[in-house]
Design a protein around this ligand. Structure first.
Ligand SMILES: NC(=O)c1ccc[n+]([C@@H]2O[C@H](COP(=O)([O-])OP(=O)(O)OC[C@H]3O[C@@H](n4cnc5c(N)ncnc54)[C@H](O)[C@@H]3O)[C@@H](O)[C@H]2O)c1
Length: 443
């Protein structure tokens, strides 16, 4: 089948490569000329395991191509996917300008029936706006007889495991008010659906809300555990034991109940905010969502507070080694990453940072170009050299079992602030470390 995808970011690029890999002819359209040029050369602008190989193979086979040419893109696909960003507006609600710009482009260029598939995460009612925008443009062109359908098909892939998630989805949500489009989408997704039927068809508004509900639930679990971790610390309990204790209840489960230093990334923060703002616009105060956001905001400061307390409030001239910059492992994405909040607080307090991340070094260079108080290191060991303490910010596998003797020898004193609870407090104590974690007290 012929597929066009607008937006070649995390979602558009992964969707395009996976759809091409099962035999579809996919054209990816992006407005970012530099990005498209790189993609044409087989360079992948983001780090996502397995993506480079998948893109190159399908590009070489002629099933996947990249362009900035909207005319070519609209002419190509029966399916016109919208996978552009929906960043927060000034007030936190989702900014739909990119989605609606794509809708206008499709309306301007389409000459036959198209299925417009909205994959971006968008507030309830956006499909109606997309439909209205296309209809308006067609009418202006005097082409209002050209038919089209709009489908909501939110994406649930996780950065770091995006290809697996797309190839073997838990569910494929198809929001449509027309059985014709539901069948077309079923056919397109059939290759990812062989094991058992994962398509869940529903009305468009419910599909749009399902995506926000999923992200809000996951963010709620994280904030809940972070709240509990803070309480555990005060009452002298170990949140890691509590986590295992509650996770054993199948109604709760073990996933997504890790305490830490707050959620980041391009989705949870903006989606919780956007859902809360949507509710507010309709006169409803979403108290749980407000709290989830507030707890997360506070949690991002927890590691800095511990560092500051350890150094008796005086961080001027101190050097902190930072392990991990990406908002989670297996990605280079630093959008809303807790590392940014921590580094900025450290700089504000007069400290210097020596940072290492296995994949996000280009990203940190782009975000904080040439800062005297940020030294980017080529290895975890290099980041430690001469630092006054180590802060573990992202739980990359590489950091899970380091050479503790080498850490102790490289630091001016053996002090670790573990924002992800990846080490064992007793073990650290026996090794002679002053060890701070989340919800486990200090040793
Ligand atoms: N990143 C994730 O893990 C994830 C997961 C599920 C859903 N989502 C949602 O998917 C959407 C896209 O997210 P992303 O992380 O891929 O974004 P991204 O910022 O990585 O990529 C968006 C791309 O769209 C391009 N673009 C903007 N306007 C365009 C236009 N008019 N025509 C063509 N291209 C245009 C940009 O240049 C950019 O390359 C968002 O709504 C997001 O919430 C993201």
């Amino acid at each position: 089948m012929k597929v066009t995808i607008f937006g070649s970011g995390y979602v558009g690029l992964v969707s395009g490569a996976c759809l091409a890999d099962v035999g579809n002819e996919v054209v990816c359209v992006d407005i970012d000329q530099a990005k498209v040029d790189r993609l044409k050369r087989g360079e992948i602008p983001i780090y996502e395991p397995g993506l480079e190989q998948l893109v190159r193979t399908n590009q070489a086979a002629g099933r996947l191509s990249f362009t900035t040419d909207v005319v070519e893109g609209v002419a190509h696909g029966l399916f016109q996917f919208i996978a552009v960003g929906t960043p927060p507006d000034e007030d936190g609600s989702a900014d739909l300008q990119y989605v609606l710009a794509v809708a206008s482009s499709i309306g301007e260029q389409m000459n036959d029936y198209k299925v417009i598939v909205d994959k971006s995460t968008v507030p309830v009612g956006t499909a109606d706006k997309v439909r209205a925008r296309i209809a308006e443009v067609l009418q202006r062109r005097g082409e209002s007889e050209i038919e089209f359908d709009v489908v909501s098909n939110p994406e649930f892939l996780k950065e770091g495991a995006a290809i697996d998630d797309f190839m073997k989805p838990d569910r494929i949500i198809v929001g449509t008010d027309n059985p014709r489009t539901s069948e077309l989408l079923r056919a397109l997704y059939a290759p990812f659906n062989r094991n058992h039927d994962r398509v869940i068809a529903m009305d468009i508004r419910s599909a749009e809300l399902t995506k926000y509900a999923a992200n809000a639930m996951l963010a709620t679990k994280i904030s809940f555990m972070n709240e509990l971790a803070n309480i555990a610390e005060l009452v002298g309990a170990d949140i890691e034991q509590v986590r295992i204790g509650i996770g054993s209840d199948p109604r709760i489960g073990y996933s997504f109940i890790y305490p830490g230093i707050g959620y980041g990334g391009s989705c949870f923060p903006k989606d919780v905010q956007a859902l809360e703002r949507s509710a507010r616009e309709l006169g409803y105060q979403a108290r749980i969502l407000e709290s989830v956001e507030q707890v997360n905001y506070r949690q991002k400061a927890v590691l800095f507070d511990k560092i500051k307390r350890h150094f008796n409030g005086d961080l001027a001239g101190k050097v902190i080694a930072l392990w991990g910059l990406a908002f989670k492992p297996n990605t280079d994405d630093m959008r809303e990453a807790p590392s940014r909040v921590l580094m900025e607080a450290l700089w504000q307090a007069g400290a210097r940072v020596q940072a290492y991340d296995p994949e996000a070094m280009d990203e940190v260079r782009r975000i904080y170009p040439s800062r005297a108080d940020l030294q980017l290191s080529n290895s975890p060991e290099e980041a430690l050299a001469g630092a006054d303490a180590l802060a573990v910010v992202t739980e990359w596998k590489l950091f899970r079992s380091p050479n503790f003797d080498a850490i102790a020898a490289a630091l001016s004193a053996p002090v670790i602030f573990d924002g992800r609870n990846i080490y064992d407090p007793k073990f650290m104590k026996n090794r002679g470390f002053t060890y701070y974690a989340i919800g486990r007290g200090s040793v």
